[in-house]
Design a protein around this ligand. Structure first.
Ligand SMILES: [Zn+2]
Ligand SMILES: [Zn+2]
Length: 136
């Protein structure tokens, strides 16, 4: 038996690249309470500064015919997804770059990839709309 002394831990605090927005950065560092994005059937816990959470919400709204809402507290009832509900805060959650800031998605892997997809779809839609406006 070899003494597997794995006390060699890397500094995970610096594991993500620096975010230009200091308000986002401090939200991550301070373990801020997540906000909740309501988009169709999804309820996604997010962490970021108000500005970039709002931008994220606006872009996601391009992917729905309804409105995307942002709550600064947990909605009444449950999240709809027990896995999302149980997701602990983890600084290694994926950061989604939003303009000069970033938003962390504190959801289960399924809903993480779903909201990331919606965000990218929304970005494309927004770009197309902007382009066609400029052309006409
Ligand atoms: Zn920010
Ligand atoms: Zn989930």
């Amino acid at each position: 038996m070899s003494p597997a002394d794995s006390s060699h831990q890397s500094d995970d605090f610096q594991s993500h690249p620096p975010i230009p927005c200091t308000a986002c950065e401090s939200a991550f560092q301070s373990n801020a309470m997540p906000s909740f994005l309501l988009l169709d059937q999804l309820t996604i816990p997010l962490v970021g500064c108000d500005t970039h959470l709002t931008q994220f919400t606006d872009i996601c709204e391009y992917t729905t015919e309804n409105t995307a809402d942002l709550l600064d507290h947990q909605p009444a009832g449950d999240l709809g997804c027990p896995s999302c509900h149980l997701s602990p805060y983890d600084p290694n959650y994926p950061m989604i770059p939003v303009q000069d800031g970033a938003v962390a998605v504190l959801a289960c892997p399924d809903h993480q990839s779903e909201i990331v997809e919606r965000f990218h779809t929304g970005l494309n839609t927004k770009q197309q709309l902007t382009t066609s406006l400029n052309m006409s």
